[in-house]
Design a protein around this ligand. Structure first.
Ligand SMILES: [Zn+2]
Ligand SMILES: [Zn+2]
Length: 254
C-alpha cells in the first residue's frame, strides 16, 4: 500500500493532510476515492458558498464594486449548477485511486521533504501549467462537436455564479481533472505544491465566476473576462491570466 513505498526515510511529524492521504492509501482504492470526494466536496462547499455570500450578498450590500451582468438567473440554474458540480466532484475523485495505483507501482513519485521555497516555486510553475492546460482543453471544448455535446452545459450559466465553478459535463470534468494527474508523471513535486494547486486554482475559479467586477480597469479583471466568455462564447479562453488569449489573438475586446 501507499505508505509502504511512500516514506521509508521520513521521520518528521506527519502533517494532517498527509496523514489522511496515507490512511486512505492503506485502506485501498475505495478509501482514496471517498477521501477525494470529501476533499473536493468540502472545497466546493467552502469556495462556492463563500463566493456566493461575498459576491452576491456582502459586496453589493457594502456597495463595493458592481455586478457585471445584472440579468436574473435562469429558472433552476442554481440547482443545475450544484447538481452538475457534484457530478464533477465524483469524476475528479476517480483520479484518486488511479493516482494511488500509479504511485504504488512506481510510475509517479512525490517528494515528502516539505522544502517550502521549492514548493512555492513549483506551485507557481504548476499554476502556469494549469493556465496552459485549461487554455488547450477549453479551446478543444469549443470545437463544434465538443461544444454541442459537452461544453454547452457549462455555458447554460449565461450569467456566471460562484456555484458554477465545477458545473461541467462528465467528459469536461474528466479532461480538466487531469491537470494534477499528468504532471506527476514528469517530476516528483513537493507534496505541499500538489495539495495547494487545487486550492489556488479554486480561488481564481471562484473569482472568474463571480460575475462581480472587483478589479475593474486592470489587465487582471478575470471576472469581467470570464463573464464576457459566458455570454459571448467565442474568445477569452484563458483560466485567469490574460497572456495566452493575447498571444493567440483570442482576447475579446471589452
Ligand atoms: Zn466558466
Ligand atoms: Zn467556454
Amino acid at each position: 500500500m501507499i505508505a509502504d513505498v511512500a516514506v521509508p526515510a521520513y521521520h518528521g511529524t506527519m502533517h494532517f493532510a498527509e496523514e489522511i492521504l496515507f490512511a486512505a492509501g492503506r485502506r485501498g482504492p475505495w478509501a482514496m476515492f471517498f477521501a477525494s470526494l470529501i476533499y473536493f466536496g468540502l472545497m466546493y462547499a467552502s469556495f462556492a458558498g463563500l463566493g456566493w455570500l461575498l459576491f452576491r450578498r456582502l459586496l453589493p450590500a457594502l456597495r463595493i464594486g458592481r455586478p457585471i451582468d445584472g440579468r436574473p438567473l435562469k429558472d433552476g440554474q442554481i440547482e443545475n449548477e450544484i447538481r452538475r458540480s457534484l457530478g464533477s466532484i465524483f469524476v475528479f475523485s476517480c483520479y484518486a485511486p488511479l493516482t494511488e495505483y500509479a504511485y504504488r507501482h512506481g510510475y509517479i513519485h512525490v517528494s515528502w521533504d516539505y522544502q517550502w521555497p521549492l514548493a512555492i516555486f513549483q506551485l507557481i510553475l504548476l499554476f502556469a501549467w494549469n493556465e496552459v492546460h485549461f487554455y488547450v482543453c477549453h479551446r478543444l471544448l469549443h470545437t463544434r462537436w465538443l461544444y454541442r455535446h459537452v461544453h454547452r452545459i457549462h455555458h447554460e450559466s449565461v450569467v456566471a455564479t460562484p456555484l458554477a465553478i465545477y458545473s461541467f459535463h462528465w467528459f469536461e470534468a474528466l479532461l480538466l481533472g487531469s491537470v494534477i494527474f499528468l504532471p506527476l508523471f514528469a517530476w516528483p513535486f513537493e507534496f505541499p505544491a500538489l495539495v495547494l494547486l487545487p486550492v489556488m486554482s479554486l480561488i481564481f475559479n471562484t473569482i472568474g465566476h463571480s460575475n462581480y467586477d472587483v478589479f475593474a480597469g486592470t489587465r487582471y479583471s478575470a471576472s469581467v473576462e470570464h463573464s464576457a466568455h459566458h455570454h459571448r462564447v467565442a474568445g477569452n479562453y484563458g483560466f485567469y491570466l490574460p497572456f495566452l488569449d493575447d498571444w493567440f489573438g483570442t482576447r475579446l475586446s471589452q
